[in-house]
Design a protein around this ligand. Sequence first.
Ligand code: F6R
Length: 609
Amino acid sequence: MCGIVGYVGDNQAAPFLLEGLSKLEYRGYDSAGIAVFDGKGIRVEKSVGRLAALRDKIKDNMPVGTIGIGHTRWATHGRPSDRNAHPHTDCSGDFVIVHNGIIENYLSLKEELIETGHDFKSETDTEVVAHLLEEVYNGDFVSSVREVLRRIEGSYSLVFMSKKHPEELICTKQDNPLVIGIGEGENFIASDIPAIIARTRRTYIMNDGELAVVTKDAIKITNRAGEPVTKKVFEVNWNAEAAEKGGYEHFMLKEIHEQPKAVRDTMSQRIAKDGKSIVMKELKWDADYLNSFRKVHMVACGTAYHAALVGKFYIERLARIPVEVDVASEFRYRQPIVDESTLLIVVSQSGETSDTLAALKESKRLGAKTLALTNVVGSSIAREADQVLYTWAGPEIAVASTKAYTTQIILFFMLALYMAELKGSQTPEAVESLIGKLKEIPAQIGETLSDVEPIKTFAKQYGFNEDVFYIGRSLDYEVALEGALKLKEISYIHAEAYAAGELKHGTLALIVEGVPVIALATQKSVYEKTLSNIKEVKARDAVVIGIAAQGNTDLEKYVDHVIYIPNTDELLIPILAVVPLQLLAYYAAITRGCDVDKPRNLAKSVTVE
Ligand code: F6R
């Protein structure tokens, strides 16, 4: 996730570009840059760090000109640095672009372009687009851009600018957002409405495959085939704050709804074209390397720890390698058995959690090989670990983690399959079939999010209870832990998760008439066992809400309500089962009037021990 802006009009471009980018910093903030045509050439200014660093750099020498583009970055390929900041240019500096997304075939394109003499300055995937445009340029800006689009694969919103065509900007999108703001004697381009709302409320929301040529007086939109598209003007009636949250009331809700896209981004580039194997370009492991480990040891905090519990299940089940999981704050103080034969995996959305970082350093000291699963490129944990896998979920703003969790699980699933392939512990047919199911997950999350009304109703009904219990067996138990944490942290309801079979060893004493119990019953292999635990709580007059895969109507006989989620392989179900639990926590917090995005006593990144 990055933010992009463009301006063409009668006024100076730079002030709008900086103002627009400041409204898009929620999309990324590790570097920023702008490019403005000054009548002779295109001046590019960029800087690592937040937008303030760029503002500082140019405050006494603002680029002058009435057409320009800008970018605020959330690194995916290439660490945050001046060089990797956008805008990117071709060799001549005549073509300048900004990009949000991932160019999946950039490595092969880059090799090709280097062979034909192009000189690359950054480590980004984006830079290939500028050089490719230079390579295919035929004198006609639009047809050359179309040729570039035919050759790139992946997701993008892009704005192109050229010294040779100083009156116009070209923009287009595929799987990433893009809007055009309609002004008078000026027009605007942005990733999102907050960037333009102070200048105009009249917009075109671009669809995938559409391409717009934007001048100061005209916006010409065509479809993939080059045919003109007549679009309806979308009048924005949100206030600026709502616009930043994409029209959602809270960042948490926005991020819950971003999950289909976030998990799709995590998978992108990591599945072979034929769908038969997992590609982990970042790792370059072979069977000998993997076999050199006696065990995997995972360390993380909070939600990331819950994701690691699911990761343990995947690696043990699919790759048959023993896995230990520790809470980071406990790990260092129990003299863990970690040495050269340990693969230590740390999981952290922010990449800055101090306990996790300390555990990573301690493990390195003990000789372990280390791998980080994180969301933030260039974070302390990413820099400290020997190897890194990024979740590519985009910035997570709400304190309560949602899309980080689902993307971490997706990444663990892919890592486990990758290990299984190396070890030969699964047949090629089994791997292919699981990859097939994995590819269905983004749409299935979308399906889960399409009807939230029953969940809102339950939240209203049970939002004022003092205690809520979550139960489940096997992977359902790991998801129950995360569901309970979500409820606790944002609604302040006391919530506990129990392995369903453990209830009778003490906790059952707390189950009395009317206590809500969320019973996860998605795991077919332990369904009958879970059912007997559900009967135990029903016999004490608990109110039971079951979570089950579509088709399991049997559960309705034993519980008060059932929330259905789409059916998939048992291993992948946690990614779907957690979604209604996130929503339940969210709507319970709303019912109780809590500050959802900033719960009391909590911080997004815990950088103290
Ligand atoms: C809960 C939550 C926290 C974090 C934990 C670790 O919703 O967000 O429990 O998961 O503080 O943070 P990271 O993943 O940044 O290391």
